[in-house]
Design a protein around this ligand. Structure first.
Ligand code: 2IT
Length: 443
């Protein structure tokens, strides 16, 4: 079979799922030749099996709002691949959530988790629930309703969800409380828990810290550092927050944030109390970045993305496909040195093509943002040991893991002077899962 025939078949079986097909196409482009060269992978139909989730669960989530009205949302858990460990991956609560988006995320998660060096399979779940304008009480009731079905499908050795967009410490708390009540068990079934009840230090910061460690490794390869670099960041949630803290520590200056309403430009850099303010914005359930501009008197650009701002490093930290072809062209024209996808599949394929053709340093989300799930893996280890590690210990493991991911990407992606991090991450992530599937037979 040709690669195109394979992709046509996947497209036919998954009609109407553009994000899932985008994620599959990118991975297949990278690993096709490796599979062709390995008859055992071909005979065992490893690729055909990998693009099919092991199990997909969809369910009704009825709940009652503060006015006494019944609301109905849709819940999902896509258990994609358990070859190297229990399914592991976040829950996304966002109105855009649908099966295509969760399948793309679960598929990506499988390779990302493989890269972390820890024993975790891939999964993803969530709901089309929109937290905007909801009260804390409504968020709790929704989380409880969601868990009242999800609990029968997950477990500390089966499937361990965590947060993603719209699911942070507060939501994990409500979800965990309901799981514990229904199962009458206190286990590490979720990660991103509070510090007093099984959570890990550094987990909230981990995705952002890990991304900056990874980016620092990329820069080191071209004898550069974060010192005095201008960085544009999108989003204003947990991931952007963690990245900004670490960039500031390393001497870089972050000048933008964004939300669905537009972006802010803060020429003095986002530091000190301005960084803490991000947490307040997230807790407000407003999904508005203009509040930052109002609070600190900086410029706000309604309905625009931050990629038109001149910078050395661009870090999309919001959502899939948030950086398109024209954005990439703007960044290249403005002399960007490095673009690191911190959001999952943050760049469109066209944008990636523009960046790689210009030989701009570029790395994909599944490598860059793997520090989040890696630290979830460290939370699971601590839960199994019934111990808590210090900040230094967790951060040390995280840093070592990000260095190792960078090394794996270089090993499989080096192409003369340039490193194709997309190819490197995909092949490195794929090999481990593919070999585990071979070892375990046709199941
Ligand atoms: O996309 C991701 O890797 C996450 N949302 C974190 C998943 C996890 O299990 O910590």
């Amino acid at each position: 079979m040709t690669k195109q025939a394979f992709l046509d078949d996947v497209a036919r079986k998954n009609a109407g799922e553009p994000e899932f097909l985008q994620a599959v196409t990118e991975v297949v482009d990278s690993v096709w030749d490796v599979c062709e060269a390995n008859p055992r992978f071909k005979e065992a139909k490893i690729l055909e099996r990998m693009v099919e989730p092991e199990r997909t669960i969809m369910f009704r989530v009825p709940w009652v709002d503060d006015q006494g009205n019944v609301q109905v949302n849709r819940g999902y858990r896509v258990e994609f691949n358990s070859a190297i460990g229990p399914y592991k991956g976040g829950l996304r609560f966002h109105p855009s959530v649908n099966l295509s988006i969760l399948k793309f995320l679960g598929f990506e998660q499988t390779f990302k988790n493989s890269l972390t060096t820890l024993p975790m399979g891939g999964g993803k779940g969530g709901s089309d629930f929109n937290a905007k304008g909801k009260s804390d009480n409504e968020i709790m009731h929704f989380c409880q309703a969601f868990m009242s079905e999800l609990f029968r499908h997950i477990g500390p050795n089966t499937d361990v969800p965590a947060g993603d967009i719209g699911v942070g410490g507060r939501e994990i708390g409500y979800l965990f409380g309901m799981y514990k009540k229904l199962r009458n068990e206190f286990t590490g079934v979720l990660t991103g828990k509070g510090l007093n009840w099984g959570g890990s230090l550094i987990r909230p910061e981990a995705t952002g810290f890990g991304a900056v460690y990874f980016c620092a490794d990329m820069l080191k390869g071209v004898k550069e550092t974060f010192k005095d670099k201008i960085v544009t960041v999108s989003g204003f949630g947990n991931v952007a927050w963690g990245a900004i803290i670490k960039i500031n520590e390393l001497g870089g200056k972050v000048v933008t944030l964004s939300g669905p309403d537009g972006y802010i430009y803060d020429k003095d850099g986002i530091t000190g109390e301005k960084v803490d303010y991000l947490l307040q914005m997230r807790a407000s359930n407003n999904d508005r970045v203009q509040d930052y501009a109002d609070e600190f008197g900086v410029e706000f650009f309604a309905g625009k993305r931050p990629w038109e701002v001149k910078c050395d490093i661009a870090m999309p930290c919001a959502i899939q496909n948030e950086l398109g072809e024209e954005d990439a062209q703007n960044l290249v024209a403005n002399g960007v040195k490095c673009v690191v996808e911190v959001s999952n599949m943050g760049c469109t394929p066209e944008a990636v093509h523009v960046l790689q053709s210009a030989k701009t340093l570029f790395a994909p989300g599944k490598a860059v943002n793997a520090g989040g799930v890696a630290t979830s893996g460290l939370e699971m280890s601590q839960n199994s040991l019934r111990m808590n590690w210090s900040r230094e210990e967790v951060d040390g493991h995280l840093h070592t893991i990000m260095d190792s991911i960078h090394e794996q990407c270089v090993k499989y992606g080096k192409d003369g002077d340039y490193v194709d991090y997309v190819k490197g991450a995909n092949i490195a992530g794929f090999m481990k899962v593919a070999n585990a599937m071979l070892d375990q037979g046709v199941v």
